[in-house]
Design a protein around this ligand. Structure first.
Ligand code: KMH
Ligand code: ZN
Length: 271
């Protein structure tokens, strides 16, 4: 089986210090956390930037600072968010793509997102995909609902996204697709067979879906963006602690861990 790519989703746009006191917010904190996760076995970091007050920002300059700080420490794959926060405009969201990262997220449809709506019209999706293609940035196709796979395939048909595709199934967001084993299996069976995929289970679903991905040959995303706990009622100490648990479980199950360069090979990234 392919080596396991572990992505650490370090900060997110919704989580607060009140919910997770060790949430990395500043560029230095995010870069240090990225380095710790890399040392623990993560090949990729999914990054959301925050401003000086700790609020989500899609500022080019802040993402640039984070990218440079991470690159000064290690060769982990830097994957900025183009999802941002639900209230960011599409223009704001697209800014980190101008840094020409190896990869960036591309959300493939609109869904409820807790009390909010996460808006991704066909027009936004085309615009994001086109710019990523122009700049040679591989999209990680974010799938929050089954129908979003069809939206992604439409982008492929239009020549805006090229195969082989890489999907991230984000399951368990309140208001979107639940995180049952059946839901994950249905998603996996619905994508082209030459695709790679990872799963991000939200909250208590993070660990069971990660274990399923290890078994099924998929890849795993963990981190404070998706889940702040280690166990029920026990906060995780760091993102790296969540990564280290996946490394241990995967090794016990005979699945080796991909280094960043091995992950680049698996995902077909151009460094
Ligand atoms: N914060 C969510 C509204 C992404 O990073 O691409 C969107 C999100 C997806 O986190
Ligand atoms: Zn994100």
């Amino acid at each position: 089986m392919e080596k396991l790519i572990i992505t650490a989703a370090l900060t997110g746009a919704e989580v607060t210090r009140e919910q997770q006191p060790n949430l990395p917010l500043t560029p230095d904190e995010i870069a240090n956390e990225a380095y710790e996760c890399y040392q623990a076995g993560a090949a990729m970091v999914h990054v959301h930037a925050r401003d000086g007050e700790g609020k989500p920002t899609q500022s080019y300059d802040v993402y640039k600072e984070i990218k440079e700080k991470i690159e000064a420490k290690c060769n982990v794959i830097f994957q900025p968010s183009t999802g941002g926060a639900v209230w960011h405009s599409p223009e704001e969201r697209l800014q980190p793509v101008e840094l020409k990262p190896e990869m960036a997220t591309l959300s493939c449809g609109t869904c409820n997102f807790g009390p909010d709506v996460f808006m991704n019209t066909e027009e936004y999706m085309k615009k994001f995909a086109r710019r990523m293609k122009e700049l040679g940035v591989k999209p990680e196709l974010e799938i929050f609902e089954r129908g979003m796979i069809e939206n992604a395939m439409k982008l492929v048909k239009r020549g805006l996204v090229e195969r082989p595709l890489h999907f991230d199934f984000v399951l368990g967001v309140p208001g979107a697709c639940p995180a049952t084993p059946e839901d994950l299996l249905h998603m996996v069976r619905s994508i082209p067979s030459d695709s790679t995929w990872t799963v991000a289970g939200i909250g208590r679903y993070e660990l069971p879906l990660a274990v399923m991905a290890i078994i099924l040959g998929g890849h795993v995303r963990v981190g404070f963006e998706d889940n702040v706990y280690y166990n029920k009622g026990q906060l995780a100490e760091s993102n790296a602690q969540l990564v280290a648990r996946i490394v241990r479980i995967a090794k016990e199950m005979g699945r080796d861990i991909a280094t960043p360069d091995e992950a680049r090979e698996i995902l077909g990234l151009k460094k």
